[in-house]
Design a protein around this ligand. Structure first.
Ligand code: CO
Length: 253
């Protein structure tokens, strides 16, 4: 069942997602060679405390941290560790959410560690642009799968693959609400997009094949073929005028 949000609720979600975006940008700005993924998690936790918001992921289905940190061939849900120091040339996905005023915000970005290969640079650019293509398709009167098809079309036209095993989602008073938002599909199917629908759109893009496997920690997902993977996510709302990116433009995302 899809829960449509009032203008007041969208306003609260905008404030919530602004905090998400600002903290995420600050954490992304801290990424550097020698920094551990646990350092980034600790920073995110402190910034939540200072902002007076509750981290959304810690304790969710037993997830142990505030941040997900997915390095190189890791796709999503990497668990921060003091044993995992970032190295020049790595890419790291940072996925983060908070609760504010009873509403969830959720966003992710993948960032370079120092200088990275041309190939990695290109993957980050295409994945970020595929999110923008998905957002641009999120217009009232269109269908849910138009978003999915826009992401998939953008990615596959550039020779990469979209992950099928994880999807975007509705968002509101729960982190995950209906509907699911796959990053693949044929256009013109699924619910009609209407004002008040709030969605987290989150393409996960691999240089190689789309297959992923879950590590023995029960969370970390990696590409089966070991190829690099990137992940970008924003929460949006459908308005009468088109898509509204909740939290707005924040530099670094
Ligand atoms: Co999400």
């Amino acid at each position: 069942m899809i829960i449509y949000k009032s203008r007041d609720e969208i306003e609260t979600m905008d404030r919530c997602n602004r905090v998400v975006a600002q903290i995420l940008a600050e954490v992304a700005g801290r990424v550097d060679a020698g920094v551990t993924t646990a350092d980034l998690d600790r920073l995110a936790e402190r910034l939540c405390r200072e902002a007076g918001v509750k981290p959304a992921f810690k304790g969710y289905r037993g997830y142990p941290c505030v941040l997900c940190t997915s390095v190189n061939e890791e796709v999503v849900h990497g668990i921060p560790s003091s044993k995992k120091a970032l190295k020049e040339g790595d890419i790291v996905g940072l996925d983060f959410g908070v609760v504010l005023g009873g509403y969830y915000g959720d966003a992710a970005v993948t960032v370079p560690v120092g200088r990275i290969s041309r190939e990695a640079e290109e993957l980050l650019r295409v994945t970020r642009e595929s999110l923008l293509a998905g957002i641009a398709a999120a217009r009232p009167g269109r269908r849910l799968s138009d978003i999915s098809a826009a992401v998939q079309g953008y990615v596959e036209a550039r020779g990469y693959s979209v992950v099928r095993d994880f999807v975007g989602h509705g968002i509101g008073t729960s982190l995950h609400e209906d509907p699911q938002v796959p990053n693949y599909g044929v256009p013109g199917t699924g619910p009609v997009l209407k004002e008040g629908l709030a969605l987290a759109i989150e393409p996960m893009v691999n240089i190689g094949g789309p297959e992923v496997r879950i590590h023995s920690d029960g969370w970390t997902a990696s590409t089966v073929d070991g190829s690099l993977s990137a992940h970008f996510e924003r929460s949006i709302a459908i308005t009468g005028d088109g898509p509204l990116v909740l939290g707005g433009d924040v530099e670094g995302l």
